[in-house]
Design a protein around this ligand. Sequence first.
Ligand SMILES: [Zn+2]
Length: 71
Amino acid sequence: MSDFKVCKNCDFEWHLLDGSDCPVCTADDPVPIKTGGVFGTGKHALAWAIFFKALGLILLVYIIWAFMLSG
Ligand SMILES: [Zn+2]
């Protein structure tokens, strides 16, 4: 049966349904933690992008309003 895989690095055996990569080696890998950090930063960046978008829109409306008053 080829439903089981054996890791070349740590000889851990797991079922293919649990994933194509070794769960032990991927757990020890710092990449998932790094991805989580990037995801967290991404969420913050998105919030800041929305904030600056709203700020820019308010400024634009204010500039148009000021221009209309002066003209
Ligand atoms: Zn492994």
